[in-house]
Design a protein around this ligand. Sequence first.
Ligand SMILES: *[C@@H]1O[C@H](CO)[C@@H](O)[C@H](O)[C@H]1NC(C)=O
Ligand SMILES: *[C@@H]1O[C@H](CO)[C@@H](O)[C@H](O)[C@H]1NC(C)=O
Ligand SMILES: *[C@@H]1O[C@H](CO)[C@@H](O)[C@H](O)[C@H]1NC(C)=O
Ligand SMILES: *[C@@H]1O[C@H](CO)[C@@H](O)[C@H](O)[C@H]1NC(C)=O
Length: 385
Amino acid sequence: METNRRITRSGVLLRVLILAAFTVTITAQKPAPEVFTLTVPNGPILTRLNASVTLPCELSPIFNVEPLEVRWYRSENSNRPALLYKDHKIQEAPVDPRYRGRVSLTGGLERGNVSLTLERVTVEDRGEYVCHVSNERWYEKANVYLSMNVTGSAPVLSVASGGGGQVNVTCSSEGWSPQPKLTWRNKEETEIKNEQVLFTSDSQGLLSVSSWLLYPPSDSDWLSCTISLSEEEKRESRVLPHKPGAWKEAFIVTLVLSLLLLSALSTVVCILLKHRDQMKREQSKSGTENSLEKQPVKEGKNLQDWHQVKGFKENITMDENTAHGTIRVTQDGKTAQYIKEKETMKSSDQRHPHVLANQSFRSEQHYWEVKVRDETVDKAVGDCG
Ligand SMILES: *[C@@H]1O[C@H](CO)[C@@H](O)[C@H](O)[C@H]1NC(C)=O
Ligand SMILES: *[C@@H]1O[C@H](CO)[C@@H](O)[C@H](O)[C@H]1NC(C)=O
Ligand SMILES: *[C@@H]1O[C@H](CO)[C@@H](O)[C@H](O)[C@H]1NC(C)=O
Ligand SMILES: *[C@@H]1O[C@H](CO)[C@@H](O)[C@H](O)[C@H]1NC(C)=O
């Protein structure tokens, strides 16, 4: 059994050898033409990073290229080719070390196919290659362009103050190849014309892109920045062009207004209280010194004024629904309490603490009293005595 199989195998091997010898004889018999041309693709060869790619190059007419010299080189570097085939073998030197171990001729030289296969493609491999075939009497060369689309990082949008009430929105992204297109769009998807696009190249030959735009600040109308090579190869980011630090300004304005209002209110309350005290004093004075006939005239006038003022006094209640996250209103609407921000869930509310009254006035005179107490120090604030 064992011997039989071995015999069969050697039989097959012998037949293959005979066939091979026969083929060689046929090709050798076909004379190499005096002149030949090279056939390469018209357009660029597109590849991806780290992929394997073939740069086609074929002889016409078809004949065995094995006795010839095949040289593949970058247009700018003919002295250090990516691959050199000479004297029936691929040469170790002089070749570009960047291509060592990554290039081969896999198409079949005996069939006039000198296509170059390039593995683990890098960004630096992009560009023009020359396929150069020569014998002692004739040479021919043709260019093949290797192109690679590399999609860069997602655009990063930043907003800065731009002067003149506008904001300066910047969009930037890196790692693109070839040069991408940058487009600004508003909320309505309308393109915003902007020629201010800057490209810079990194050490790998990939491009960084950036652009800036002056835009009116807004809390609801976003801006988008799209960077694209094609419809399939694009990246987009959006931003609300908030005015930077706008909340700080709003906070300061609110604070100043609140303080002004508070001091105005306490002044009014103080004046009214002082007026009352004065009246009380005068009342008691006149009660002891003045005659009973005189009293009703003077006292009556002062009291009448006071009651008139008190007559404007409004019964103000606060509306819990309008209260800021840090304000809690009692059931009767008469008292509002400030709660420390930590304890509330609504602390995302950026506005200054406030609450509105249920009542509102448009004209006439109104009067109400406000008592302000700071319970944390257990001391009355705004007490004017
Ligand atoms: C490149 O491709 C090879 C296989 O073809 C893989 O092993 C390797 O991890 C890839 N490298 C990168 C950086 O993608
Ligand atoms: C030449 O070789 C390349 C690489 O192996 C192959 O892709 C191509 O189809 C070959 N051309 C012909 C005409 O066989
Ligand atoms: C906007 O910001 C960019 C930097 O991101 C800067 O180069 C540009 O001068 C700024 N434009 C204005 C008008 O401030
Ligand atoms: C590669 O990028 C170019 C633009 O630079 C584009 O025209 C082409 O369609 C892209 N290729 C693919 C496969 O998306």
